[in-house]
Design a protein around this ligand. Structure first.
Ligand code: ADP
Ligand code: MG
Length: 570
């Protein structure tokens, strides 16, 4: 787990080390400034009190000038280095994680909630920024404060240092132990935020469903529940932070009063304690105490942030798989299934049983069957969406499990009911932002039946968020054009036209039927005779098994399952 985290943390420092070192130097100088101010106060107070050897007016002015110069220098450095380091670091971290996310296989992505990633790139990233990057510099300043102040106190008076330390050791120890609880609380907050993001995402995604089912009330309640849980977790965390702060300030007060007491005691017993030294002790005690509060808090935040990095790293981890050999870029013979059985994880009933079928290259096939009969599952298996099937799935005689996923994606295009569209131009939505020769794009547009639309609106017409600027049929055509453009040899179409009106659905299906040379498998529950007649074969599924497989006339003549399905829907 640690080694994975390292890769991610390395992104903060990639090409960014110089900036980090300069920012770290600034943090150390900040602590140096604290000591210089303490020393300046001691010198000036002793000067005023007439302690021999202390500076006069000119010397005091010198101290003031030195402090001012140091402050200006530190501020200028802080302005220049830290923000730049954090910007680049966070940018690289998120880009790295997103890169991993995009390279994730469909198989391992599908099974997770995308809300986890939304949280990882928004709130978690902010927590990481505060805990891992900003926090590191505060840690450095605090650690340097602690050591510097302690050393300086010892130099002034070891006895007084010993006495004042004795006063705050106990509360400081308790606050150190509290750090762990904050870390736990932070993890809780992150978890609740994930649920909250998921609820929000679902509510927005299902907005029209909510409206049409008048489900505003229940959805509001769902939102309120996860919102409350998240705010409660944040409240818990805030309380832990406050409790830690209380202990720390108790330690602070005790130390300062203790220092006074120690000074008085030493003065009574005849030791030479100047007013300046007494002030410097009270001043420095704060710099010993504050780190005792800040360091555990910062360390806890750092651990919590690292925990979030681990969480993301785990989610993005890809199970090791055999790379597989690439498929040729043309399908020559066809696709064959041999006694394929498949069950979803945790389901006792298999979704597909003993499926054996052959789809010839360049042919057009329809897969029909009742809802839940396994049609989508079959297409999922053909796109290597899931690999834990038994039997064989062969592309030109090559078992799917042994081929490289990338080459399969090059060969196969999947079109579903929901077309994913970016809020970009039609052209970019067709090319998916890649470069293609103009004539290739035009050809795909022509074949997909988009020519008239592009003629009317222009290739730069924006599709709008989720493609709201296009009709359902047009969206499907964009999806077809995409697959044509990437020269998919195999087109798998899962109820692509289910949401369209019959006339549009027919036109879109016709465009697909006319794509000669491409192997097409169309899942459809719309049993349109003229279209089905044009298919080379119809595979009728029933409860995960093949009921029948044959040409339209043949199936109608045998008056079996397909016949009854067909006559019922007419
Ligand atoms: P169809 O597309 O023919 O309507 P599916 O292939 O989607 O049917 O589903 C076949 C069977 O598998 C159904 O019983 C369905 O409930 C089940 N199923 C589908 N997807 C999953 C899943 N992700 N997890 C578990 N069971 C599933
Ligand atoms: Mg389906």
């Amino acid at each position: 787990m640690k080694s994975k985290r390292k890769e991610y943390i390395a992104q903060f420092y990639r090409g960014n080390r110089g900036m980090f070192l300069l920012a770290a130097l600034t943090a150390l100088l900040t602590s140096g400034l604290h000591l210089v101010i303490a020393r300046a106060l001691q010198q000036m107070i002793d000067g005023i009190s007439g302690v021999p050897g202390a500076p006069g007016l000119a010397g005091m002015a010198g101290w003031i000038a030195a402090v001012l110069a140091l402050i200006l220098l530190i501020q200028a450095m802080e302005y220049s280095f830290q923000p730049r380091f954090i910007q680049k670091g966070m940018q690289q971290y998120k880009e790295y994680a997103f890169g991993k996310l995009t390279r994730k296989s469909l198989e391992s992505f599908d099974q997770e909630a995308s809300a986890r990633y939304l949280a990882a790139f928004s709130r978690d990233a902010e927590t990481i920024e505060a805990g891992c990057l900003e926090g590191r510099f505060q840690l450095l300043t605090s650690a340097a404060d602690f050591i510097g102040a302690l050393v300086m106190m010892l130099l002034y008076s070891p006895v007084m240092t010993g006495i004042s330390c004795a006063f705050f050791i106990l509360p400081a120890g308790v606050s150190l132990l509290m750090g762990r609880r904050i870390q736990q609380a932070e993890r809780q907050v992150s978890q609740k935020n994930e649920t909250f993001t998921a609820t929000l995402k679902d509510s927005l995604g299902g907005f029209s469903v909510m409206k049409s089912f008048r489900a505003e009330g229940p959805i509001q309640a769902l939102f309120a529940g996860s919102n409350r849980a998240m705010e409660q977790a944040k409240c818990q965390k805030r309380r832990q932070v406050i409790a830690l702060g209380t202990l720390a300030s108790l330690a602070g007060v005790l130390a300062q009063l203790g220092t006074f007491w120690a000074g008085a005691w030493l003065a009574f017993s005849g030791a030479r304690i100047t007013p300046g030294v007494l002030i410097v002790f009270i001043n420095l005690a704060a710099y010993v105490i504050e780190p005792l509060q800040v360091i555990p808090e910062r360390l806890a935040a750092l651990r919590a942030a690292e925990g979030l990095i681990d969480k993301l790293a785990d989610a993005l981890e890809e199970p090791a798989r055999q790379p597989g050999t690439p498929l040729p870029d043309r399908l020559r013979q066809g696709i064959e299934l041999r006694d394929v059985c498949f069950s979803y994880k945790g389901e006792s009933r298999p979704a597909l049983e003993h499926i054996s079928a052959r789809f010839e290259a360049g042919g057009c096939y329809a897969v029909v069957g009742g809802s839940g009969s396994g049609k989508s599952t079959l297409l999922g298996l053909l796109t290597a969406g899931r690999r834990n099937y038994s039997g064989e799935i062969l592309y030109d005689g090559r078992e799917l499990k042994t081929v490289s996923i990338e080459s399969l994606y090059d060969l196969v295009g999947l079109i579903q009911q929901k077309v994913f569209l970016f809020d970009a131009s039609i052209r970019d939505n067709i090319t998916l932002f890649r470069d293609f020769p103009q004539e290739q794009v035009e050809q795909a547009v022509q074949k997909a039946g988009l020519a008239a639309l592009i003629e009317a609106r222009g290739p730069a017409y924006r599709c709008g968020e989720n493609g709201r600027g296009l009709s359902g049929g047009e969206q499907q055509r964009v999806a077809i054009a995409r697959s044509l453009l990437k020269q998919s040899q195999v087109l798998l179409v899962d109820e692509a036209t289910a949401a369209l009106d019959p006339a549009t659905a027919r036109q879109v299906t016709l465009s697909i039927l006319e794509l000669a040379g491409i192997t097409r498998i169309l899942v459809t529950h719309r049993l349109d005779e003229t279209l089905l007649r044009r298919c080379d074969g119809i595979l009728a599924l029933k409860d995960g098994r093949i009921a029948e497989f044959g040409a339209f006339d043949q199936l109608m003549a045998s008056k079996g399952y397909f016949y009854s399905l067909f006559t019922v829907t007419q």
